[in-house]
Design a protein around this ligand. Structure first.
Ligand code: AMP
Ligand code: GLC
Length: 455
C-alpha cells in the first residue's frame, strides 16, 4: 500500500500542475436539477402501506418501464434498496410528479452528466467548458458554479457564449428526484446491502435527448472552439425515439472527428437493448468510453457474450480477468482506443497507446471520487488533495495480485498486445454523503487529466 500512497501523491501534484493548461471542453447533452431526498424508513413504510403494500412489492421484484402511478415509484425505490443498485425511470404522470414534489427534498443539486461535469471541470478545475443545457430556468442557472462555464446564446443572429447565470432564459425546470439510502437501510424487512439511489425523472427534455437550436444550428462553430469533448445522456433513449437524436449526434461526431477532437462517451446504464446495440455500433467514432461493471456486462450481452456478462456481475470485487477480457472484446469489435472501467474498489483502463500518465490520471480521478463521496460536492482542488487521507481499498490487493500474475503488472502498468493496461486500487469512503454523480466525477477527471498530462 505504501507504493500506492507515493503514486497517489505524485499523481496529484502532476495533475494540479497540468490541468490549467487543458484546452476548452465541449460537454453535451444532459443537464437537470437533482432534488435529493435522504430516505427515512418510517416515512417510506407509511407511504408503502398507504399505496398498497402488495402492489408496491410486485414492482420491487420487476421494475416497470416507466412510472405511471405511485406504486411504480415506491416499488422502484424498494427495487434499488433490495439490491443496493441504482436505477432510473421516467415519470410520465403529472399526479406522480405532484406527489414527488410534495414529498419534498433535502437538497437541490446540479444534475445530469453535463451539469455535474461542468461544475467540476469548469467550477473546480478552472478549465473552460461549453455546456449543453436543454432548459435554463433561473433555478438551473443558479446551480452552476462560478468559473469559465459557458452556454451558447444567439442574439440578433450573432452567436455568443455566456455563463448560464447570464443567459436569462425563463425556461422550464427539469427535476430528477433522487432517493438516496445508506448501506443497511431497512424497510419492511428489506435491507440495503450497499448505499445507492433510485431516480425518478420528471423531465420531458433529457429523456428524449432534446438538442437546443443554438447547438443544432451552430455546431461547426462550437466545435471550432474546443479541444476535447465529452458526450453523455443517450441512456434514456428508447427504440421509439432514438432515431432522430442519433442522426444529429452522428453529425456532431463527424464534425468533431474531422477536426481531430478526442471525444469521450460516458456510457451510463441504457435499459433499451436496441439503443445499447446502436451505441456499440457507433462507439468506434468515439476515442474513449467510460463504464462500470453493470454497463460493461450489459454491453457484453448485446455482443452475445452472455457468460462473460454473468461473470462480470458474479463477484465482489468484480473479477479483473473477466473485466480485461470484456474490455478487449469491446476494443476489438468497436476500435475504440481508450476504455475506462470503474467499479467499487478499483479502476482499469485499456488503451491503444502507452504511458505512465494514463495510470496517474486514474489515480487523480480516484481522489476526486473520494472527495465527492465524502462531501457530496467538491468545492476546490484542496478538497481533492484532502482525499489522500482516505485509505486505499484493501480488497484491491488480491485484484492487483491476479493482474500481476496474468499480465506482469508493475506499479499498475502492463504492456499488452493492444497497448497498455493501467490499474489503480481506489480510495473508498466508508460513510459517503451521497452516491449520485461519483461515476461522472471519475470518468471526466480521468479523461481530461490524461489529455492534460499527455504533454
Ligand atoms: P456509477 O455507478 O457509474 O455512478 O459510479 C459509481 C462509482 O463510484 C463506483 O464504480 C465506485 O468506483 C465509486 N464509488 C462508489 N461509492 C464510493 C465510495 N463510498 N467511495 C469512493 N468511491 C465510491
Ligand atoms: C443521470 C440522472 C441525473 C443524475 C446523473 C448522475 O444523468 O438523470 O439526475 O444527476 O445521472 O450521474
Amino acid at each position: 500500500m505504501l507504493m500506492w500512497d507515493g503514486l497517489y501523491s505524485r499523481a496529484l501534484e502532476r495533475a494540479k500542475g497540468a490541468l490549467p493548461g487543458t484546452g476548452r471542453i465541449l460537454l453535451a447533452y444532459n443537464t437537470n436539477i437533482d432534488a435529493v431526498k435522504y430516505l427515512d424508513p418510517h416515512d417510506l413504510e407509511g407511504r408503502i402501506e398507504r399505496a398498497g403494500r402488495d402492489e408496491v412489492l410486485r414492482y420491487s421484484e420487476e421494475l416497470p418501464d416507466r412510472i405511471r402511478e405511485i406504486p411504480h415509484l415506491l416499488g422502484g425505490i424498494l427495487w434499488s434498496i433490495k439490491r443496493g443498485k441504482a436505477a432510473e425511470l421516467f415519470v410520465e404522470n403529472m399526479h406522480v410528479r405532484q406527489y414527488m414534489r410534495e414529498w419534498g427534498w433535502n437538497e437541490l443539486r446540479m444534475g445530469g452528466q453535463v451539469g455535474i461535469m461542468a461544475n467540476l471541470l469548469g467550477g473546480v478545475y478552472g478549465i473552460p467548458v461549453i455546456a449543453h443545457v436543454p432548459q435554463i430556468s433561473e433555478l438551473q442557472a443558479n446551480l452552476f458554479k462560478d468559473g469559465p462555464i459557458y452556454v451558447p446564446k444567439v442574439e440578433k443572429g450573432i452567436l455568443k457564449f455566456v455563463h448560464p447565470k447570464e443567459f436569462s432564459g425563463d425556461e422550464e425546470s427539469l427535476t430528477h428526484y433522487i432517493y438516496e439510502f445508506p448501506r443497511g437501510f431497512e424497510v419492511l424487512g428489506i435491507r440495503a446491502p450497499r448505499e445507492n439511489r433510485f431516480i425518478g425523472s420528471a423531465d420531458d427534455y433529457n429523456p428524449n435527448l432534446y438538442i437546443r437550436p443554438e447547438f443544432r444550428e451552430n455546431f461547426e462553430e462550437i466545435a471550432e472552439m474546443v479541444q476535447l469533448a465529452i458526450i453523455s445522456g443517450l441512456q434514456a433513449l428508447t427504440k421509439e425515439n432514438y432515431a432522430g437524436p442519433f442522426e444529429e449526434i452522428e453529425r456532431h461526431l463527424e464534425i468533431l472527428n474531422e477536426r481531430g477532437i478526442p471525444v469521450h462517451l460516458e456510457f451510463a446504464f441504457t435499459p433499451d437493448e436496441t439503443v445499447r446495440r446502436k451505441l456499440v455500433d457507433i462507439l468506434g467514432k468515439f476515442t474513449s468510453v467510460g463504464l462500470n461493471e453493470v454497463e460493461l456486462a450489459s454491453v457484453m450481452e448485446v455482443l452475445g457474450e452472455k457468460e462473460l456478462a454473468e461473470l462480470l456481475l458474479a463477484h465482489d470485487p468484480v473479477d479483473p480477468l473477466a473485466v480485461v477480457e470484456a474490455m478487449r472484446k469491446l476494443a476489438e469489435v468497436t476500435g475504440v482506443r481508450r476504455i475506462h472501467f470503474h467499479t467499487y474498489g478499483y479502476y482499469i483502463a485499456l488503451t491503444s497507446y502507452t504511458g505512465e500518465h494514463i495510470r496517474d490520471s486514474l489515480l487523480f480521478a480516484a481522489l476526486a471520487a473520494a472527495a465527492k463521496a465524502k462531501l457530496g460536492d467538491v468545492r476546490n482542488l484542496e478538497d481533492v488533495g484532502r482525499a489522500l487521507d482516505v485509505p486505499v481499498n484493501e480488497k484491491a490487493v488480491d485484484v492487483e495480485g491476479r493482474l500481476k500474475e496474468e499480465f506482469g503488472l508493475k506499479e499498475g502498468i502492463a504492456r499488452v498486445e493492444e497497448g497498455q493496461l493501467s490499474f489503480v486500487p481506489t480510495k473508498i469512503v466508508a460513510r459517503p454523503k451521497s452516491t449520485v454523480g461519483i461515476g461522472d466525477t471519475i470518468s471526466s477527471s480521468a479523461f481530461v487529466c490524461e489529455f492534460a498530462l499527455r504533454g
